[in-house]
Every structure is written in structure tokens, then in C-alpha cells.
Design a protein around this ligand. Structure first.
Ligand SMILES: [Zn+2]
Length: 312
């Protein structure tokens, strides 16, 4: 992750600095990459400050907890790489944090950090490429309501990224910072969802909806799409059209009837997956772990079927 001593700003005279500031830069970078590359909407990432604890232990300082509280309060200033000096000053001004007076306590000092790049899917290149931070907008500065300084300082950032290969695919992210936590509140483009290769191609969009819903914390919708997947899958194996009206029980019974007789009850059963998704969906029960378990069973069922067909 990028670190930049120039961006640390005001030097604080203490044995932990400026190394600790640069460790925070790296930590924010890691959290951001995790958030932007891997998380769906309304998901959070907490800063992992273990490197700060290691650093303080190494130099015999006992201030790890105090430093954690300090960085939870200090306003952050994200800086895109390649920003000219003039724009760098503007960036700091518009984040609502002007130069701190000499007497300011360390917990009021801004900390600037270089924005990391991340690897993501470019819809224009139709491939995974690096995305580079090209700019950051704030809703504060003139407006004066951010940053909300407290033990858990709040800031709202709008990050702009561009594909480093085609340079023609700008994606915007809305990220809320609360203390040491980052939340993804918006993104201008929905991320591509990878579906397991074993899923039949024409049913992958349904599975992508299931995975997409769960990545945005709507697990019940995930069960709904998973059940639809089971229904469409069983119908396609039976040569029935999707519009065909048939009750779930009958569909499951017919489907079991065409399975290889060696597909014993020890193997993951499509009927059980269908029933369980149905139950969770109606009762609004079940969590991510249970969704993941059902997904593993879908993959297990399809793999077993593929094997029996291969050696049938
Ligand atoms: Zn591209």
C-alpha cells in the first residue's frame, strides 16, 4: 500500500512519528482496497491497526490505544496520485481542514494519505484491470458540516477512479468514514459478480443476482434468487419451459425421478436446497453462513451429477 512521508504534514515530536502516520496511511489504503474491490453496498471495513501495535511494541512505547483514539478523531485527507501542488492545497482546503495552529493537539491535526489503486472489472475493456484514483470530491469545506469532529470523526468522500488501461471508464464511489470504519454508501457502477464455473451458463444471471443481493446484505433476497435458480435448473433438466406452472413438490419429485440412481441421499440434494431456500425466504431467517452453505451444496450437487454423467 502506498505511504508518503511528504503527506504526513505537521511533524509531531514523539518517538512513534512519523512512522505511525505512514502506517496509518497504509492501513487506510488496505481498508479502502478491500471496500472498493470486494464489498457490496452498505458494507463496512474496520481499519486493522495491528501494525501500529507492533510498531509501538518494537520501540517500547505503550501508547497504542491512545494512538488508536487519536487517529479515530483526526480528519483524513485523501490525495490522488499525480495531484499538482496547487491542487493538493485545494484538496486540503476543501476537505474542511485548514492548516492547524501550532498549539493544536495532535488529535486535531489532519492526516493526508495517498489514495491506493485497486484491481477491478472494467466493463469497457471487458477484463480485470487496475483502477487508479483520479480525484476526490468532498461535501464539506464551504458547506461546513463535515468533518464532524468527535471521538469517531465523520467524513463523506466521493472517490473517482479510472481504468488504467483504456482510461475511459470513470467510476465514482461514495464512502462514509466514521472513526476507524469505512462504509460503502454508493457506487456509480455495479460490480461484476463472479459465479461458480459449474453453474450452467444460461442460469448464471440468476446466481449472480443471488450473490449480488447477499454482497449487499440482502440475504433474504439471496435465498429468493437461489430458489428461483433451483426451479429453473430442475425445469431445464426436465425439458419444461420456465413458464410451465407446476407446484414445487411435484417439480422436485419429477426431478429426483430422472437422477442417476447412484446419487444417494448422502450427496447434496437439489430438492433439499430448494426447500431450505424456500423456508428461509418465507420465514426471513437464515444468514450469510447458511446462504454460503446452500451455495456449496448447489456446487456439490452439480459436480456429483457431472461425475456420474461422465462415468455413467
Ligand atoms: Zn478499461
Amino acid at each position: 500500500m502506498p505511504r508518503d512521508e511528504e503527506l504526513v504534514g505537521t511533524y509531531i515530536s514523539r518517538p512513534e512519528s512519523p512512522e505511525v502516520e505512514m502506517l496509518i496511511q497504509e492501513t487506510i489504503g488496505c481498508a479502502l482496497v478491500d471496500l472498493l474491490a470486494n464489498k457490496g453496498l452498505y458494507q463496512n471495513v474496520e481499519l486493522d491497526l495491528s501494525s501500529v501495535a507492533e510498531h509501538t511494541a518494537q520501540i517500547g512505547s505503550s501508547s497504542a490505544d491512545e494512538l488508536k483514539a487519536e487517529f479515530s478523531r483526526r480528519p483524513w485527507v485523501p490525495i490522488s496520485p499525480g495531484l499538482t501542488n496547487e491542487n493538493l492545497m485545494r484538496a486540503e482546503f476543501f476537505c474542511g481542514v485548514s492548516d492547524s495552529p501550532l498549539s493544536a493537539p495532535s488529535s486535531e491535526l489532519k492526516i493526508s494519505f495517498p489514495m491506493p489503486g485497486f484491481k477491478g472489472y472494467c466493463g469497457k475493456c471487458r477484463d480485470d484491470h487496475s483502477f487508479t484514483s483520479i480525484g476526490v470530491l468532498w461535501a464539506d469545506g464551504f458547506l461546513d458540516y463535515f468533518p464532524r469532529m468527535s471521538e469517531k470523526t465523520e467524513q463523506l468522500f466521493n472517490f473517482h477512479y479510472n481504468c488504467s488501461i483504456c482510461r475511459d471508464n470513470i467510476i465514482g464511489f461514495l464512502v462514509k468514514r466514521t472513526g476507524l470504519r469505512l462504509s460503502l454508501c454508493g457506487r456509480s457502477e455495479r460490480p461484476r459478480v463472479e459465479t461458480p464455473k459449474i453453474i450452467p451458463k444460461k442460469l448464471r444471471p440468476i446466481m449472480a443476482d443471488a450473490l449480488g443481493a447477499v454482497s449487499e446484505n440482502d440475504v433474504f433476497a439471496g435465498f429468493y434468487h437461489l430458489r428461483t435458480f433451483c426451479e429453473h435448473y430442475m425445469k431445464s433438466c426436465l425439458g419444461l419451459s420456465v413458464e410451465e406452472r407446476i407446484i414445487g413438490e411435484e417439480l422436485c419429485e419429477k426431478y429426483n425421478g430422472i437422477l442417476d440412481r447412484r446419487m444417494t441421499s448422502d450427496l447434496p440434494s437439489m430438492v433439499v436446497i430448494y426447500d431450505t431456500s424456500s423456508k428461509y425466504m418465507h420465514s426471513r431467517a437464515g444468514d450469510r453462513g447458511e446462504f454460503r452453505e446452500l451455495l456449496n451444496q448447489v456446487e456439490g450437487h452439480l459436480k456429483a451429477k457431472e461425475l456420474f454423467e461422465q462415468y455413467g
